[in-house]
Write a protein that binds this ligand. Structure first.
Ligand SMILES: [Mg+2]
Length: 257
């Protein structure tokens, strides 16, 4: 009985628009009682908000079905045991994940600087992050994307903020999000199956498929997002990975199972 780790943007929805056959695919997994989780590199939204967004698009989702890079970052820090004081450069999803894991969110003597997308970033926050890292705090990055598409065009994402902190502090961050083994191991543990029994399903070769391959999962590339029939070969060469299965949409993937 396989389990599934399913990407969100480009796989189940594109912004505020649901991807064709996405709701149908999730219903099918639910009916067959196959374990599945939604796995996102987005650290800005809480699992609650992600589940609500999915439901608003007609996709079955509970808070507990959602795994975010902020949760994986919090689990990594809690397990690392080099202190539990965390300075956050991020949004609500990150702060809640840190608190839920029993960590102390603070702007005094932190052991870690955790950074993701922060749409209320100020120079002051940037300065604090850099100074804490220069004083020995460990730099942790939830997701490396440089740009995100928004309704009004491309906007700088978490990776661009990280580039500024890295340049100023001279420290490279520990990367948590896909394709990092840190989020993949965390997610595989939540599913509770051997990695060889888990399908990683997504639209992005560099994150979903590379992360799945590196952690020994089966991988399904769905051509409803950033990868298309036209650029697939070129991107496979660029990132040096190929999926076990390629499908035009999620129900097309279900037929191949
Ligand atoms: Mg995606």
């Amino acid at each position: 009985m396989p389990g599934f780790l399913i990407d969100l943007d480009g796989t189940l929805y594109r912004g505020t628009e649901v991807v064709e056959h996405a709701a149908e695919f999730i219903e099918l997994l639910h009916e067959k009682e196959l374990p599945y989780y939604y796995l996102t590199n987005n650290s800005a939204r809480t699992p609650d908000t992600v589940a609500e967004h999915l439901r608003s698009l007609g996709i079955r989702a509970e808070t507990g079905d959602v795994i975010t890079s902020a949760q994986a970052a919090a689990a990594y820090i809690a397990r690392n045991q080099q202190g539990n004081r965390v300075f956050c450069v991020g949004e609500q999803g990150m702060i809640v994940a840190m608190q839920d894991a029993g960590l102390t969110v603070t702007d005094e003597r932190p052991d870690y600087v955790v950074q993701g997308l922060d749409r209320e970033l100020t120079y002051d926050k940037l300065k604090q992050a850099v100074r804490f890292i220069l004083s020995g705090a460990q730099f942790v990055l939830t997701n490396p994307d440089l740009l995100i598409p928004t309704e009004t065009g491309l906007s700088p994402a978490a990776g661009s903020i990280a580039a500024a902190i890295e340049a100023a502090s001279g420290s490279k961050p520990v990367l948590i999000g896909k394709p990092s083994k840190i989020i993949m191991d965390y997610a595989i543990e939540r599913v509770g199956l051997a990695s060889s029994d888990i399908w990683v399903v997504g639209d992005n070769l560099a994150t979903d498929i590379a992360g799945g391959v590196a952690s020994g999962c089966r991988t399904a590339l769905i051509l409803t997002g950033v990868t298309t029939r036209g650029n697939q070969e070129e991107l496979m060469r660029k990132y040096g990975v190929s999926p076990d299965v390629t499908a035009d949409d999620l129900m097309h993937f279900a037929e191949k199972l």
